[in-house]
Design a protein around this ligand. Structure first.
Ligand code: LRY
Length: 239
């Protein structure tokens, strides 16, 4: 699918993140593929998925565009979303339509640079590149570096970004005003109303993960609310 077609299919739409890490009860490609099928039935326009196997299977089974990432932790860096060429290569091999990566200004494993990763994508595919950022400055730098899309994924997850219980609407608005590439609203969007608000503030599309695909977290929110604890504060503990 060419860039314009893909971006127009995503305009104003919902992307569901179907991810379960190894220590989560729903971990496994079969379960994540079932989640993605459920998301498709519900009307999702695309899926965000982690790992070569999941990206490949979800794409094949649902026929939806997939934003691929590979989460991997290296000892010399805090960057874990598609951090090096190895993870970019895995996304390429899986056939991801879009590859998302941490595009914060932090040191990456082995000193690899964002430009090197972008070059790898451009030289090997038609696949789009999405920058996961945590601040306006990082979003501006990502556009300058040549990314196709910017997502607010990492707001609240870098030591220097705004920590909030809910979505970072200010970042969504600021990036949408300043950038000419599409801005994706992602991170702690917990209700349909919040998703709608993100679009009204200028987001091109909205990614929702936990509120749809992490039932253990949703269960805990109910349980803690019944105990009289603050549900919003609990949300932050879930990552
Ligand atoms: C910070 C980080 O590692 N975010 C990850 C990025 O892929 C996922 O764990 C999130 O689920 C995803 O961004 C969607 O966000 P939320 O689950 O809040 O709707």
């Amino acid at each position: 699918m060419d860039k314009e077609t893909l971006l127009s299919r995503l305009r104003g739409k919902l992307i569901v993140s179907c991810q379960a890490l190894e220590d989560e009860p729903l971990h496994g490609t079969a379960i994540m593929t079932a989640m993605a099928r459920a998301a498709k039935i519900g009307g999702a326009s695309a899926i965000r998925a982690n790992g070569r196997e999941d990206v490949q299977a979800i794409r094949q089974v649902t026929g939806l565009p997939v934003i691929g990432i590979v989460k991997r932790v290296y000892p010399d860096s805090e960057v874990y979303i598609t951090p090096t060429e190895k993870e970019v290569q895995e996304c390429l091999e899986a056939g991801a339509d879009v590859i998302a990566m941490d595009a914060t200004l932090r040191h990456r494993p082995k000193g690899v640079t964002l430009r090197e990763l972008l070059r790898r994508i451009r030289e090997n595919s038609e696949c789009l590149a999405m920058a996961d950022v945590s601040t306006v400055e990082e979003g501006v730098a990502a556009e300058e570096a040549g990314f196709d899309l910017v997502s607010t994924t990492l707001s609240g997850y870098t030591p220097y970004s705004r920590r909030a219980a809910g979505p970072d609407f200010e970042l969504i608005r600021n990036l949408s005003e300043r950038l000419s590439i599409p801005v994706i609203a992602e991170g702690r969007i917990a209700t349909p109303q919040e998703a709608r608000r993100a679009i009204e503030l200028g987001a091109h599309a909205v990614v929702v993960g936990t509120a749809i695909t992490r039932p253990h977290v949703l269960t805990r929110r109910f349980v803690e609310a019944l105990k009289g604890e603050c549900v919003d504060e609990c949300h932050r503990k879930d990552k």
